[in-house]
Design a protein around this ligand. Structure first.
Ligand code: GMT
Length: 375
């Protein structure tokens, strides 16, 4: 199959999922063309059947807002012309589905057999909640795609609530993880760089958007860490990073909180953690929690969105209500004070990642889905 994959390249789960899916499909012999405005950060272009096509948007004095959606449609059309794509798999309805639909329309007869699949990752729906004028265009992108998938049941339900019952059914295909790359025990030398030998490591990884509620993690750590010898390691970059740094200083945690910044090879750091924390007010799925689980790290997460479909409360980790800093501090204390519980939950987390979300389990679902859409 000749497959086009359209995604955002920035640090975020959808770009990771799109890139990992593209690489996995290329590994199984398909020709995969990733289309984006920058090279996705997990993209490794060393396979002959995996290529990257950049969308260039030229600034022009008359355009206050350079039209990325149109540039993308034009680029998709060129890639179809050159490589004869069978299907275009877009991650996000806005603007990717709409650009793909426009490209197909412009291709006329040449485009009539191309199938368009749209995968929803969550932010599509958040955007609608913030800007009602996107509601109909998102619905249009979904309705006119040949097939639509969602990364969790919860997100599917949310889409149906917001947009109403659609003519186009939504299939749930969860995100997957490479359990060979994300594995317990990897890269033990990194631990020395992150913490002192007697410190337990609580780790958080995100893009520090407001929705991740990263400051609450620091507040909870401040309450908890008065009692225990431990270090909070915060990985990533984003709008709230500065405020987090300030807060750590204000709470006199300068020597106890490490800000790593952006770190692409996150599978090297996660296994060093004793506990992983995610305080998000919403996650359609929570890929970073799954990455931690695959590394055998128990998680403390909110019970928001699709997280309960990934984490098993009391089995692979503990959950708390959004904003409940006391509950998070108590959960930190309970988990880090009990080595046996952590080991048990860490093993269960790894087992769940392998048995439910491993690449080998989910990739066949994509193959079958593509076949169904093309037939
Ligand atoms: O959460 C983010 O800030 C990034 C966002 C994205 O667009 O990449 O992540 C979304 O997609 C991921 C992959 O499916 C999910 O694991 C995240 O839960 C989801 N984020 C939200 O729903 C907020």
């Amino acid at each position: 199959m000749n497959i086009g994959i359209v995604c955002y390249p920035t640090h975020g789960g959808s770009g990771v999922v799109a890139t990992e899916l593209g690489s996995a499909l290329a590994d199984t012999g398909h020709n995969v063309h990733v289309i984006s405005y920058a090279m996705p950060f997990r993209f490794q272009a060393y396979r002959h059947n995996l290529s990257y096509h950049e969308v260039e948007v030229t600034a022009y004095p008359l355009f206050r807002y350079p039209p990325y959606d149109l540039a993308l449609a034009g680029r998709i059309m060129e890639v179809v012309d050159q490589y004869g794509l069978d299907l275009i798999h877009v991650h996000y309805a806005i603007p990717h589905a709409v650009s793909a639909l426009l490209a197909r329309e412009m291709l006329g007869q040449d485009g009539k057999n191309i199938r368009i699949i749209t995968t929803l990752h969550g932010t599509d729906i958040t955007i609608i909640a913030q800007q009602k004028e996107f509601q109909r265009i998102t619905a249009f992108g979904i309705e006119h795609s040949d097939a639509v998938t969602s990364v969790s049941d919860e997100l599917k339900g949310r889409v149906l609530d917001v947009l109403g019952e659609r003519k186009r059914p939504i299939e749930v295909i969860p995100n997957f993880i490479d359990t060979q790359r994300f594995t317990p025990g990897c890269c033990a030398d990194k631990r020395r760089e992150l913490a002192k030998p007697d410190e337990k490591i609580i780790m958080h990884v995100s893009n520090f958007r407001e929705l991740k509620r990263t400051r609450e993690i620091i507040h909870a750590f401040a309450k908890y860490s008065q009692k225990q010898r431990s270090r909070l390691v915060m990985v990533g970059d984003g709008p709230d990073l500065g405020a987090c740094r300030d807060l750590a200083l204000e709470l006199k945690l300068r020597d106890r909180v490490t800000f790593v910044g952006t770190y692409d090879a996150i599978w090297e750091l996660l296994p060093q953690a004793d506990l992983f924390v995610l305080a998000s007010e919403y996650e359609s799925f929570g890929l970073s929690a799954l990455e931690a689980m695959a590394c055998g790290v128990p998680t403390l997460t909110t019970n928001a969105g699709g997280l309960p479909e990934v984490v098993k409360e009391g089995e692979t980790g503990l959950m708390f209500n959004v904003g409940d800093i006391n509950a998070l501090a108590a959960a930190m204390s309970r988990m880090l004070g009990d080595d046996a519980l952590r080991a048990k939950m860490g093993a269960a987390a790894r087992e769940r990642a392998v048995s439910v979300f491993a690449k080998e389990k989910i990739l066949p679902q994509w193959h079958a889905f593509y076949k169904k859409v093309l037939s």
